[in-house]
Design a protein around this ligand. Structure first.
Ligand code: THU
Length: 160
């Protein structure tokens, strides 16, 4: 056997103010979306905003359910709406802001595995990378130039 090393590269912005202007606006849209999170069970609120190549901004927040697995993350709420409403549009960027409603979350919160898989589906569908930015309620913002950097060895339709 031999070792297989996988490299990944992410970029760290110390504060939101270092972000490009369009990403600051996108993160602001994610912040507003986060206010509509329905998170009475986890008390963890997440907002996501997508910038499409038709200039539309689509937002989502996590929506929980008394039957826990029926809830959905903010990222997938937004992505599936974008796919349903603008099936021809490409997703250029995603901004995600997440944090506890009980304490101040200062570390960047990455999208969960299921959301990474959902983002992967659209990156493959559109054949162009999606920039992903994620943060806690304030502080550092992490950027990934593509979903591939967050989820190496993706499972996609080519394997079916
Ligand atoms: N959550 C998201 O909305 N996105 C993620 O990527 C991670 C988790 C939500 C799901 C659930 O409502 C709460 O955060 C706690 O897991």
């Amino acid at each position: 056997m031999r070792e297989l090393k996988i490299d990944t590269t992410l970029f760290v912005f110390e504060t939101e103010s270092e972000l490009p202007t369009d990403v600051i606006e996108l993160m602001d849209a994610a912040k507003i979306a986060r206010l509509n999170a329905h998170a009475p069970y986890s008390n963890f609120a997440v907002g996501a905003a997508l910038l499409l190549d038709n200039n539309q901004v689509i937002t989502g927040s996590n929506q929980e359910n008394a039957s826990y697995p029926s809830g959905l993350c903010a990222e997938r709420t937004a992505i599936y709406y974008a796919g349903a409403k603008y099936p021809e549009a490409k997703i250029l960027k995603i901004a995600i802001i997440a944090g506890s409603l009980k304490h101040k979350t200062l570390k960047p919160i990455p999208p969960c595995g299921a959301c990474r898989q959902a983002i992967a589906e659209y990156e493959v569908k559109q054949s162009t990378p999606i920039e992903i930015y994620f943060m806690g309620v304030s502080g550092q913002v992490i950027k990934s130039n593509s979903l591939e950097n967050l989820l190496p060895l993706i499972f996609d339709k080519s394997q079916l």
